[in-house]
Design a protein around this ligand. Structure first.
Ligand SMILES: Cc1cc2nc3c(=O)[nH]c(=O)nc-3n(C[C@H](O)[C@H](O)[C@H](O)COP(=O)(O)OP(=O)(O)OC[C@H]3O[C@@H](n4cnc5c(N)ncnc54)[C@H](O)[C@@H]3O)c2cc1C
Length: 389
């Protein structure tokens, strides 16, 4: 077998899973793997929220990205990819170029923190380490009142997060003995949310009502226009006061792809283009895009469990081609997603029921709620990081 080179860009969950899968199936003499990442650490981003809420410590949520390379016989480059040349099969890192036979784009999403005036200045978020640490400080001084959880755009990375945060924050407030309530505002209409998330918001609503009666309110169709020190003004003329503002930053494609038209989702340029079920780029067959930023283009949610399964499917597709061993292992029919709602947890199933064009048809339903699920979720995340130390 001729030796090939796979370049994997990004050492988040997508890049880690892709490297691991490729190396589990192909020896270094058959496949050279180069992992390029801009951050010294591999983070498990759901743990940013747990860090902010004081449930875990910094060193529990990250591991050196280099460790992935050491464990899976991979070359490691610490640097930021600044350009891509798909015709000549090269990626650029500053003045250096790396050639590939296969490229895995696992770069996650970028965030537009500036979209709503005042949001960045007055709001907190859990989407980066810095954001989580700032919220952690703010929570130390939080002595109750109204928490506003605001999403300026839909969809957004981990759409379940405001529902989880609402329960987690009120659970924390109860433990601290302070009186708090939460309002969640979403920019999409209730119908659009129900269509997209199906029965999940209803079940979450029942759980919220059971544990925190009358303390969590949801408002739909609320597009923020401006944020001041204690108030959010919306485009429909309404206003919402707050004591603590937490927001879900709008998502954008990674910067080096933002003006590469061929890499953007044709219907919505906030996202990258990819194809289900092998996550190949529609034009450049040797480029795989199994990362978060590609999911909405196939109407899949940008969440880690889907990205994980996508990275395996993409790696298997490349492996099948390299070894000539026939069909790759298909994307799973069911992907379980686990939510931590504070005092209890919830297991959601994404069932893949078909595909129309490049749009994946899914059924989403809650299969189990139990406080045990909350501990399961945290143990899984902490175990993921611990296995890389
Ligand atoms: C607060 C929060 C809660 C979440 N909760 C859940 C949950 O409960 N369940 C769930 O399934 N998912 C959840 N998610 C989503 C989950 O974290 C993502 O789906 C997952 O991280 C996607 O992995 P990724 O590797 O595609 O992207 P990322 O984790 O963002 O990793 C991207 C990697 O690419 C690197 N990179 C980016 N650009 C470049 C470049 N130009 N050059 C080199 N390297 C680059 C970055 O440094 C990083 O290492 C949550 C996310 C957040 C933020």
């Amino acid at each position: 077998m001729k030796m090939r080179t796979a370049v994997v860009v990004g050492a988040g969950p997508c890049g880690y899973v892709a490297v691991r899968r490729l190396r589990e199936k192909l020896k270094p003499k058959d496949l050279r793997i180069v992992l390029i990442t801009k951050d010294e650490y591999h983070y498990f981003p759901p743990l940013f929220a747990d860090l902010a809420l004081g449930e875990v410590e910094l060193e529990e949520i990250r591991a050196p990205a280099k460790r992935i390379a050491e464990l899976y016989d991979t070359e490691f480059v610490l640097g930021e990819v600044t350009g891509i040349d798909p015709q000549n099969k090269k990626v650029k890192v500053g003045n250096d170029e790396y050639s590939y036979d296969y490229l895995f784009l696992c770069t996650g999403v970028s965030y537009d923190f500036e979209k709503v005036p005042g949001l960045k200045e007055h709001g907190y978020h859990t989407y980066t380490l810095d954001g989580a640490l700032k919220l952690k400080e703010a929570l130390k001084d939080f002595n109750g009142g109204k928490v506003l959880l605001l999403a300026p755009e839909f969809p957004f990375r981990c759409a379940g997060l405001p529902f989880e945060l609402a329960g987690k924050l009120l659970y924390l407030a109860t433990k601290k003995g302070v009186d708090a309530n939460v309002t969640i505002t979403l920019p999409a209409s209730k119908e659009r949310i129900m269509q997209s998330m199906q029965e999940i918001p209803m079940t979450v609503g029942m759980i919220h009502q059971k544990y925190f009666p009358g303390k969590i309110e949801y408002k739909f169709g609320k597009v923020p226009k401006e944020v001041t020190e204690n108030k959010v003004k919306f485009e429909d003329g309404s206003e919402e006061e707050y004591d603590l503002l937490i927001y879900m930053p709008p998502n954008r494609p990674p910067k080096f792809l933002a003006s590469e038209e061929e890499f953007l989702c044709p219907n919505d340029k906030r996202w990258l283009v990819s194809t289900f079920p092998n996550f190949r780029h529609p034009k450049f067959n040797n480029i795989f895009v199994p990362t978060d930023a590609a999911m909405p283009c196939m109407r899949l949610p940008p969440v880690g469990v889907i990205t994980h399964a996508a990275a395996v499917a993409a790696a298997d597709s490349a492996i099948a081609e390299i070894t000539g061993s026939g069909a790759p292992i298909p994307f799973p029919n069911q992907v379980p997603l686990v939510a931590d709602l504070g005092p209890t947890g919830m297991m959601i199933v994404f069932e893949i029921i078909g595909k129309e064009g490049n749009v994946v048809k899914t059924k989403r339903y809650v299969s189990l709620t139990s406080p045990l699920i909350k501990s399961m979720k945290l143990s899984f995340y902490l175990g993921w990081i611990a296995s890389l130390r």
